[in-house]
Design a protein around this ligand. Structure first.
Ligand code: DSN
Length: 412
């Protein structure tokens, strides 16, 4: 830090402000987490200095011998973690992992079937605003309007009608268990490829806390920075028949030089995820999310689908008469970071929304348990029920800071 402070005091000051924000507040964004010191150290290491286009043993630059060792470790550990037969750790992000799978087996205009963004899917699953929606013919499925859960019978019907080339399963705002076997069977019955995007639930899939799609579907994509607690990035696991196509789609198809400091940090993350304690950690994420959910419901708030099976929950703000954007801002003033989110049967734009998404990976990484989750659920309800009360928001912010200070992000 002393170098940075001397070279660029403005950025040093921003980093310090952000350190304080993370330390004093509660990060409840479902897709975020806090990396270990070892991952942080590797991410900021000299491994950032080199180009390594290509793959281990087949690079387009000299001097890659240690980069090869790091990438091989990352690939082997990812395979071990999920029991996968082939792994590619080069995608810079989850979206790029998805893009590589699409390009490995699809042509432009082919039919892509996926969960629509407004019902819990992801931008890269075919949103018209994203490359995936512009290049492919997208046929969406959603959740059942009554249960707000996936209806596999309905997914099968859409698949039989639309005859997709690829079915995507996986979501970024779905609080329930996903039946990957059901998706694989539907895909098989219509001769489609099946890809599971487990970006949100990868840590749970790796540890058996959620069923894993690896070796069930043809392709599994993920990010490494959510429940896996690694650096920001993506990865792909594929059945051996598609290994070469996937590797070619990533490089040279879609990316140039891999981010080797990130790949080395992915290797560290996978090693940490192979420890038995990582299963306990993922179990605690779910227990914590259930505790927040129970507290919110006891306070009269409605949750989409009536609860959660995983690391996230969605609050339907309709009955409170407030919008997602106003709720996000009010909680932000109270030191609680969340994001507005569309909910099933949404009537508002994605910039306004009628819902809030809340997740427990980051607070669980700080060592918080059910007692703290009840505190969090209670304070969220207090703020949301009187959203214009800025004095209450200030009061909650002080309480949040006092509670958070007992759970340092990087204890000495
Ligand atoms: N943007 C991420 C999320 O918040 O779910 C997914 O990539």
């Amino acid at each position: 830090m002393s170098y940075l402070a001397r070279v660029d005091p403005e950025i040093a000051e921003i980093l310090e402000k952000e350190r304080l924000r993370q330390t004093n507040g509660l990060e409840l964004i479902a897709s975020e987490n806090l990396v270990s010191r070892a991952v942080l150290e590797t991410t900021g290491s000299i491994m950032t200095n080199k180009y390594a286009e290509g793959y281990p043993g087949k690079r387009y630059y000299g001097g890659c011998e240690f980069y090869d060792m790091a990438e091989n470790l990352a690939r082997d550990r990812l395979k071990q973690l999920f029991g996968a037969k082939h792994a590619n750790v080069q995608p810079h992000s989850g979206t790029q992992a998805n893009m590589a799978v699409y390009f490995s087996v699809m042509e432009m205009k082919d039919v892509l079937m996926s969960m629509s963004l407004s019902q819990g899917g992801h931008l890269s699953h075919g949103s018209p605003a994203n490359f995936s929606g512009r290049l492919f013919t997208v046929k969406p499925y959603g959740v059942d309007p009554e249960t707000e859960m996936l209806d596999y019978g309905q997914v099968g019907e859409i698949a039989r009608k639309e005859k997709p080339k690829l079915i995507v399963c996986g979501a970024s705002a779905y609080p329930r268990t996903i039946d990957f076997k059901a998706f694989a069977e539907i895909a098989e019955s219509v001769g489609a490829y099946c890809m599971a995007d487990i970006a949100h639930i990868a840590g749970m899939c790796a540890t058996g806390v959620h069923p894993s799609p690896v070796n069930v579907v043809h392709f599994t994509t993920t990010t490494t920075h959510k429940t896996l607690r690694g650096p920001r990035g993506g990865a792909i696991m594929a059945e051996p028949d598609y290994a070469q196509a996937v590797d070619k789609a990533v490089f040279p198809g879609m990316q140039g030089g891999p981010l080797m400091h990130i790949i080395a940090a992915k290797a560290v993350c996978f090693k940490e995820a192979l420890r038995p304690s990582f299963r306990d950690y993922n179990r605690q994420i779910v227990k914590n999310c259930r505790a927040v959910a129970a507290t919110l419901m006891e306070n009269g708030l409605r949750l989409v689908s009536g609860g959660t099976d995983n690391h996230l929950l969605l609050i339907d703000l309709t009955d409170l008469g407030i919008t997602g954007i106003d709720a996000e801002n009010a909680l932000g003033r109270a030191g609680i970071t969340v994001n507005k989110n569309t909910i099933p049967r949404e009537t508002r734009s994605p910039f306004v929304t009628s819902g809030l998404r809340i997740g427990t990976p980051a607070v669980t990484s700080r060592g918080m348990k059910e007692e703290e989750m009840r505190f969090i659920g209670d304070r969220i309800a207090r703020v949301l029920k009187d959203i214009t009360n800025t004095a209450r928001q200030a009061e909650v912010k002080a309480e949040v800071q006092a509670m958070a200070s007992k759970f340092p992000i990087y204890p000495e």
